[in-house]
Design a protein around this ligand. Structure first.
Ligand code: SAH
Length: 221
């Protein structure tokens, strides 16, 4: 066992990461606590584990990346609001290694569905989530552009890859009163958006610049 394999070494790094997130502006204690209780080192390749708690996005394989901790925390905060208005049923598009999925579980979301289009990553995410003892999420391999009509409507939808336009199927599968968090690629520049579905339309709020891999539109491949 090398020194970094000791749980305490990761625990210290994780606690420092959470303090950094607080300084960077993450306010929800609920989200900070979920980040604290999610073992990020179990979601990155062994060779990268020493960097797992740095505020970096890291390669996942298959040309994809695990989002940096700040981005995961910010998106979770936008999706969850405060602990009292947490969505009960959430759809994630772009499982990747499963880290964001695990944070949603640790935040206490009751019912989570997550879709990944690359089968190898879908399998890796299943393994990682089992290792982190996250057993409630339901993972699907398929095209997230289409959402998951059989399980709709969702109180929350989180998209962790950037489309050029909001996929219509996802807007349709969002419950009234629900919140969608997604990056949009606007002519090469990306921004993170919060879209709330109101009884009489949508409220769209631009949050900040973003940097995600593209959401691949399966039907146009
Ligand atoms: N949520 C991950 C981020 C993964 S990166 C994390 O916690 O780090 C984004 C992922 O979206 C990639 O794995 C990519 O393969 C996936 N993706 C891209 N287009 C997709 C689509 N149409 N349907 C489902 N997954 C897609």
């Amino acid at each position: 066992m090398n020194a970094l394999d000791k749980p305490s070494a990761y625990a210290l790094r994780c606690a420092r990461m959470v303090e950094r997130l607080r300084l960077m502006g993450i306010k929800s204690e609920h989200v900070l606590d979920a980040m604290h209780r999610t073992p990020r080192h179990l979601f990155v390749e062994e060779a990268l584990r020493s960097r797992a708690y740095d505020d970096l996005s890291l390669p996942l394989g298959a040309g994809q990346t695990i989002s940096q901790p700040y981005t995961v925390a910010k998106m979770t905060e936008l999706l969850c609001g405060d602990a009292l208005q947490m969505p009960r049923k959430v759809l994630e598009i772009g499982t990747g290694c499963g880290y964001q999925t695990a944070v949603l579980e640790r935040a206490g979301i009751h019912e989570i569905y997550s879709i990944e289009r690359i089968r190898d990553l879908h399998e890796i995410a299943k393994r990682n989530l089992r290792a982190a003892r996250c057993v409630r999420s339901r993972l699907k391999c398929g095209d997230g552009y289409l959402g998951l009509p059989v399980a709709a409507p969702f109180a929350g939808i989180i998209v962790t890859a950037a489309p050029k336009e909001v996929p219509l199927a996802l807007l349709n599968q969002l419950a009234v009163g629900g919140r969608m968090v997604l990056p949009l690629d606007e002519g090469g520049k990306q921004f993170l958006w919060l879209i709330e579905k109101l009884p009489d339309g949508f409220r769209e709020t631009c949050i900040q610049e973003a940097n995600f891999v593209p959401l691949v539109n399966g039907s146009r491949d």
